[in-house]
Design a protein around this ligand. Sequence first.
Ligand SMILES: Nc1nc2c(c(=O)[nH]1)N[C@H]1C(S)=C(S)[C@@H](COP(=O)(O)O)O[C@H]1N2
Ligand SMILES: [Mo]
Length: 241
Amino acid sequence: MNSEQPEERGKPVGRRIFLGTLGLGVLGVATAPTLQRGLEAFLGSAADKDPTGLTGLLPNGGGFRYYSVAASVPHKTPTSYRLKVDGLVDHPRTYGLADLRALPQTRMVKDVQCVTGWRVPGTPFEGVRLSVLLDAAGVRAKAGAVRFTCFDGTYSESLTLAQARRADVLVALRMQDKDLGHDHGGPVRLYVAPMYFYKSAKWLSGITVTEDVRPGYWENRGYDVDAWVGRSNGRDDEPTS
Ligand SMILES: Nc1nc2c(c(=O)[nH]1)N[C@H]1C(S)=C(S)[C@@H](COP(=O)(O)O)O[C@H]1N2
Ligand SMILES: [Mo]
């Protein structure tokens, strides 16, 4: 599969072919939001006809779509996993999973919302507030943003420093009250609760404090950097709940 297209599993073949054919990932920067809305309209009507596959609002952890822009992602164990915090900080540091588990954990239950329209209500996430790691690192005065990199070798994300310091942004170790599995970005992913789920970078391996925001993987392909749910990607008129 072309690495520009999101890999999706656990859903009907017909839709997978549709998405693959459309080639979402290669949309031009200017046209992406418009075509995205067309795609959502299509999926919306299809979802009515096939609620098991497309809306996915089922118990037992249903509802998630599995995404990876990388063809394959190495597996990390609790002992091999590392998270590096560096850039414009006084105390760069590499954390193991045990180090992260030893820090104060925050749990929150909110809706997960992907920009393509699927939603998983009331999903518990748990982990270390990103602000805790930033404070420990000692962010320098000229810093203005944070860049996230992933051990899939491809994906990246970014937040402004103000966004990164919000209480609802986690370096997540658990989802749905279980340790994060590989498919969901385990052992550690970013969780940016107030934004579309593409901000929540899976397989998190690097947190680099930078001067300015550097657009991430999907942002280089037309999606908003400030991805507030309901207030971005051309959705000014939708509720923010
Ligand atoms: N490393 C990485 N993180 C990623 C992605 C990805 O392809 N690679 N996809 C993003 C998108 S678009 C979504 S909707 C969610 C999907 O998370 P899930 O696979 O746990 O459902 O992960 C986000 N984080
Ligand atoms: Mo997404």
